[in-house]
Design a protein around this ligand. Structure first.
Ligand SMILES: Cc1cc2nc3c(=O)[nH]c(=O)nc-3n(C[C@H](O)[C@H](O)[C@H](O)COP(=O)(O)OP(=O)(O)OC[C@H]3O[C@@H](n4cnc5c(N)ncnc54)[C@H](O)[C@@H]3O)c2cc1C
Length: 426
C-alpha cells in the first residue's frame, strides 16, 4: 500500500452527510480550513434509511447554511402535521398563534445539495472515497485521522477532529467513547408513494395509535412517504409477506387515503431492532455530532434536525477559539479542549428529550399523564400547540411534562368534560 499525507487543517470532519456538511459550511463561513471526508465516492450519494421529515428546530440552521431557498425551489414542503389519536384529532395549525412549520424533503434532494454547498467553499476540501479507520494521536491528544482511499493509506492532520459518521461511528469506537444503548420495541417499514391522493393536501398526517405510530409525509417531487412503526408483536405478519402486510396496515389507518401496490415506488424498506445510543460527545481533541453522538428512535423524525443543531452547537463553541489561537501551541490544545467542554454543556440540553425518547422506544403505551396531555390537546388550541412544540423538540421535555403543565392540562380537560356533560344534560 502507498501512503498519502496531506497538509494540516484546522478541522477534519469524518462524514459528509447532514451533520458533517453543516459543520463544514459553518466553519468555512468563519474562514477556517476544513477537510470533509466521506467513505462514499459519489457527491450525489444519499442516506436511504430516512423518512425525510425535518423538525422545525432545524429551520434556522438550514437558513444559516444558505440552503432553505434552494430546497424550497426544489420542491421542499413546509408542513405542520395533524395527529390522529384514540382521544381525538390534534390540529396544532388551527391555533391562532400558528406554530413554526417543519419541512419534508427527500434525502436524494437534501444530501447532494448540502454536499455541493460545502464543496463550493474554497477553504473546504471535500475528500470523497476516503474511509476513516482510526485516529492519529500526538502526546495523548487526537491529532487527525487515518484510513484508506482506493487501496492507499491516507492521513489527515487537524487541530480538531469531528466524528459526523453516523450510527456505529468509527470515530466514537476508535476513541472508546462511553455510550448507553437501549433496545427498540417497535419496528419500522416505509415506502415512497407516487400518484397518491393526499387527503390533507400538503399537511403531514400522523397517527399515534398507542402504542403503534404511523406518518404520511408529502414530499418534493410529488412523492408521499408512508412510514409505519408497529409494536414488535406484529413483526411476524410483516416477515411472512411484507408488501401485503404493509398495504393492509396502511389501509387500516383511520382516514388514510387508499394505498395501492402500484403507488409504491421502489422497495419497502425499514428497520428491525433499531437500538438507540447516547454517546459521550467529546474527548481530548475530538467531538461527535449528529447520529455519531446520539442515535435516536426514528419514530420522532428528529435525527436530521439534531444533526444540524449539534453541528451548530459545536461550531459556535469552537470556531472563535480556532480562529483566535495560533496552531501548534500548548494553548491551542488546551483551548480546543476548553471549547469542547462548552459544546458538551450545550449538547446536554438535549438529554431529557433523549431520555424520554429512548424510554418510549421500548414500545410502551402512553402513561395516564401523557393521555391527559394528549386529551387536552384534542380540544384546546394552546395545548395542541404545546403538544406540537414538545414533539418538535422546540420546548424542553421537563417543561412539557412539568407538574404545572400537567395541572393546567388537567384543569382544562376537566372543564371541557363538565361543559360537555352540561350540554348533554340540557
Ligand atoms: C428508518 C429511519 C427513518 C428516519 N427518518 C427520519 C426523519 O424522518 N427525520 C429525521 O430527522 N431523521 C430521521 N431518521 C434519522 C436520520 O436519518 C439521521 O438522524 C441522520 O441521517 C443523521 O445524520 P448524520 O449526518 O449524523 O449521519 P448520517 O446521515 O448517517 O451520515 C453519516 C456519514 O458518514 C459517512 N461515514 C460513515 N463511516 C465513515 C467512515 N468510517 N469514514 C468516512 N465516512 C464515513 C457515511 O458514508 C455518511 O455519509 C431516520 C432514521 C431511520 C433509521
Amino acid at each position: 500500500m502507498t501512503s498519502k499525507a496531506r497538509e494540516k487543517y484546522d478541522v477534519v470532519i469524518v462524514g459528509a452527510s447532514i451533520a458533517g456538511c453543516a459543520a463544514a459550511i459553518m466553519y468555512a463561513q468563519q474562514g477556517l480550513r476544513i477537510a470533509l471526508l466521506d467513505a462514499r465516492s459519489d457527491i450525489r450519494a444519499h442516506k436511504v434509511l430516512c423518512t425525510h421529515h425535518l423538525q422545525p428546530c432545524g429551520a434556522p440552521i438550514l437558513q444559516r447554511l444558505g440552503a432553505t431557498e434552494k430546497l424550497l425551489a426544489l420542491g421542499m414542503v413546509e408542513t405542520v402535521p395533524t395527529f390522529w389519536t384514540p382521544w381525538g384529532m390534534i390540529t396544532p395549525d388551527a391555533a391562532e398563534n400558528s406554530p413554526p412549520p417543519g419541512f419534508n424533503v427527500r434525502r436524494e434532494t437534501l444530501d447532494p445539495l448540502l454536499r455541493q454547498l460545502a464543496n463550493d467553499y474554497p477553504n473546504v476540501d471535500l475528500l470523497l472515497g476516503h474511509r476513516v479507520s482510526g485516529l492519529l494521536t500526538e502526546n495523548g491528544t487526537t491529532a487527525g485521522v487515518y484510513g484508506t482511499e482506493q487501496g492507499s493509506v491516507f492521513t489527515v492532520e487537524a487541530r480538531l477532529t469531528v466524528g459526523a459518521d453516523g450510527k456505529d461511528s468509527t470515530v466514537a469506537r476508535s476513541a472508546r467513547c462511553d455510550s448507553v444503548t437501549a433496545s427498540n420495541g417497535r419496528f419500522s417499514y416505509f415506502a415512497q408513494l407516487s400518484g397518491l391522493e393526499r387527503p390533507g393536501g400538503e399537511t403531514s398526517l400522523s397517527w399515534f395509535m398507542d402504542p403503534d405510530v404511523a406518518y404520511l409525509l408529502p414530499n418534493d417531487g410529488g412523492i408521499s412517504v408512508l412510514v409505519v412503526f408497529p409494536a414488535l408483536d406484529k413483526l411476524g405478519s410483516f416477515a411472512d409477506d411484507l408488501s401485503t402486510a404493509f398495504l393492509e396496515y396502511a389501509n387500516a389507518l383511520p382516514g388514510a387515503p387508499l394505498v395501492r401496490r402500484e403507488h409504491i415506488v421502489g422497495k419497502i424498506v425499514g428497520t428491525k431492532h433499531f437500538s438507540t445510543t447516547l454517546t459521550e460527545p467529546v474527548g481530548n481533541g475530538f467531538a461527535l455530532i449528529g447520529d455519531a453522538a446520539a442515535t435516536n428512535d426514528p419514530l420522532w423524525g428528529i435525527g436530521c434536525s439534531w444533526a444540524l443543531e449539534t453541528a451548530q452547537m459545536l461550531v459556535d463553541a469552537t470556531a472563535h477559539m480556532l480562529t483566535e489561537t495560533p496552531a501548534d501551541t500548548l494553548d491551542s490544545h488546551r483551548n480546543v479542549n476548553a471549547a469542547l467542554t462548552e459544546y458538551r454543556s450545550a449538547r446536554a440540553s438535549m438529554t431529557n428529550h433523549i431520555d424520554y425518547m429512548s424510554g418510549y422506544a421500548g414500545g410502551r403505551k402512553f402513561t395516564a399523564i401523557e393521555r391527559l396531555l394528549i386529551s387536552a390537546a384534542t380540544h384546546d388550541h394552546d395545548e395542541a400547540r404545546r403538544f406540537y412544540l414538545f414533539g418538535s423538540r422546540l420546548i424542553p421535555a421537563e417543561q412539557y411534562l412539568s407538574t404545572r403543565s400537567v395541572a393546567r392540562a388537567a384543569q382544562k380537560h376537566l372543564r371541557h368534560r363538565l361543559r360537555r356533560r352540561s350540554v348533554a344534560g340540557t
